[in-house]
Design a protein around this ligand. Structure first.
Ligand code: NAP
Ligand code: MG
Length: 498
């Protein structure tokens, strides 16, 4: 598909949606026959009716996942063979990349340019990277005395439930299933109710690649029913969750009240971008800051929503950011020219607009945007919005807005900058800008966040772990070999030799 508006629109019109659950290698309706509506946030119109799975369907999926896990078809497959199948899967994802990009654009309101050049390529890379790791990992022999031999092995955990959000539908699925499947687990994935279509298609393609039936199941449905059923299921060994901190807490409770299944949580953020007066290249900083704040409409867990900037350069930098932000066109996500698409749904749009009102009411100075636009389209669009003169006590500086709203906070000393950066319940990501190498080291150590990027805004790449300190996460990391490990159990085999 050419990244031109007319070509994209025509490809979108031809799309066929898979809307059933994918359980044990087959498409099935929810046993209740119930469905829910998924809509296009760019028009406010329904796209499709999707199977609304509940406890009964989750039971079936978990049973299928357990059966194949115990059979060893996948879990005990020769690593090189599992790798081969997953690489074939990555190739199939690649062959269908345009379709997957379109599904996420239509269902999540995300710009096609982003989906086609970032989300889906990263999705494919993630599957491929974890596949390639499978037959290169060694276990350990412990330093015992001569009478014993102790093997320390990694084994798959078993049946893994994955519960994911709507902001990067395909990519978040890949961050979970990539390492979980590579490690030999069976997976039951519940996508966000707002974005199920790409995950369903991903399961179908895995089956087409030869991944055995029951190894990768997708059960669309509502959080309170399908999500909770997975969380509480006595035969699910682990849940890997990405979403809000609020819902993440439920999973810890579900685990405590059921079978103590392993829980890993990747949650929200309120990430600081700290700019010192000696920052190199303020135009470059502005460019990064705009991306950090407004990319994916700010619906990004590592969104750099707090710009903490030295007093001396604040006005100059804010001016540059505002000027650049104006060039980020907002509109139909199918138009590759647009950098911002629509907010995910009406209630979320209203929540974001509510934060903008709160910012005004608390006395921050609105310097850019602040309004809903393109209302006639039926879509949920918000302008890139900048608040200056924000204090870190204000609601807009404390709570995750998950919209295109940047709060500017100024400082005078390094200590003050670090204190403001760390004065948050979250700790997912941070950026800092300085020319001083010592300060770069000092401050990047002092900031309590899972990923700190220096003189750029970045989440690293597939080789680096991603996850949060404090309320941004619990017990886990996505990406890299550390993600692979967390989908395994550590087993000791102790042998008496004499
Ligand atoms: P969410 O409301 O917490 O939902 C996440 C998932 O949990 C969805 O599949 C949801 O299903 C399900 N769920 C909701 N209520 C549930 C319940 N009571 N029991 C079990 N499951 C339940 O989050 P979201 O609004 O989809 O996504 C935005 C959040 O994700 C933000 O906070 C963002 O920061 C975070 N996020 C974090 C990362 C990271 O890597 N750290 C990456 C991306 C996003 P429904 O869709 O049916 O509600
Ligand atoms: Mg939700």
């Amino acid at each position: 598909m050419k990244l031109e508006y007319s070509a994209v629109k025509s490809a979108a019109r031809k799309l066929k949606f898979r809307t059933q659950a994918f359980i044990d290698g087959k498409f099935v309706n929810a046993q209740s026959g119930k469905t829910f509506t998924t809509e296009n946030p760019a028009t406010g119109k329904p796209l499709a009716q999707v199977a609304a799975c509940d406890t009964t369907d989750i039971d079936c999926a978990v049973m299928a996942a357990r059966r194949v896990f115990e059979a060893g078809t996948w879990s005990r497959m020769k690593p090189a063979d599992r790798k081969k199948l997953l690489l074939k899967y990555a190739d199939l994802l690649e062959a269908n990349a345009s379709e997957l990009a379109l599904l996420d654009t239509l269902e999540a309101g995300k710009p096609i340019g982003d989906c086609a050049t970032m989300d889906i390529p990263d999705t494919i890379l993630c599957i491929r990277w974890h596949a390639e790791a499978i037959d290169k990992l060694y276990s350990h022999v412990s330093p015992t005395g001569p009478e014993n031999l102790a093997l320390i092995l990694r084994e798959p955990v078993g049946v893994v439930g994955c519960v994911i959000p709507w902001n990067f539908p395909a990519q978040m699925a890949a961050w979970k299933i990539g390492p979980a499947l590579a490690a030999g687990n069976s997976v039951v994935l519940k996508p966000a109710e707002l974005t199920s279509l790409s995950a369903i298609r991903m399961a179908e393609l895995a089956a087409e690649a030869g991944v055995p039936a029951g190894v990768f199941n997708v059960v669309p449905g509502l959080g309170e029913t399908a999500g909770q059923a997975l969380g509480r299921h006595p035969d699910v060994d682990m849940v890997a969750f990405t979403g809000s901190t609020e819902v993440g807490r439920y999973f810890l409770m579900y685990s405590a009240e059921s079978n103590l299944k392993r829980i890993i949580l990747e949650c929200g953020g309120k990430s600081p971008q700290v700019v010192f007066a000696d920052a190199p290249d303020l135009d470059g900083v502005a460019n990064n800051a705009v991306g950090a704040a407004f990319w994916n409409m700010g619906e990004n867990c590592s969104c750099g929503s707090r710009l903490i900037v030295h007093k001396k350069i604040k006005d100059e930098l804010v001016e540059k950011i505002a000027k650049l932000a104006k060039t980020w066109k907002v509109g139909d996500p199918l138009d590759p020219q647009n950098r911002l698409g629509a907010m995910i749904e009406k209630p979320h749009l209203e929540k974001v607009l509510g934060y903008i009102e709160a910012g005004k009411a608390e006395g921050a100075r609105l310097t850019l945007g602040g309004r809903r636009i393109l209302e006639k389209t039926g879509g949920y669009y918000v302008e890139p919005t900048i608040f200056d003169k924000v204090s870190n006590r204000m609601k807009i500086a404390r709570e995750e807005i998950f919209g295109p709203v940047l709060s500017v906070i100024s400082f005078t000393t390094e200590e003050e900058a670090v204190a403001i950066a760390n004065d948050t319940n979250y700790g997912l990501a941070a950026s800092l800008y300085t020319r001083d190498l010592n300060r770069a080291h000092r401050v990047s150590r002092a900031i309590r966040a899972g990923t700190v990027s220096v003189n750029c805004f970045s989440e690293g790449d597939i080789t680096t772990p991603f996850g949060g300190f404090k309320a941004s996460g619990f017990a886990g990391r996505d990406k890299s070999i550390w993600a692979h490990e967390q989908y395994t159990e550590l087993k000791t085999i102790w042998m008496q030799l004499a």
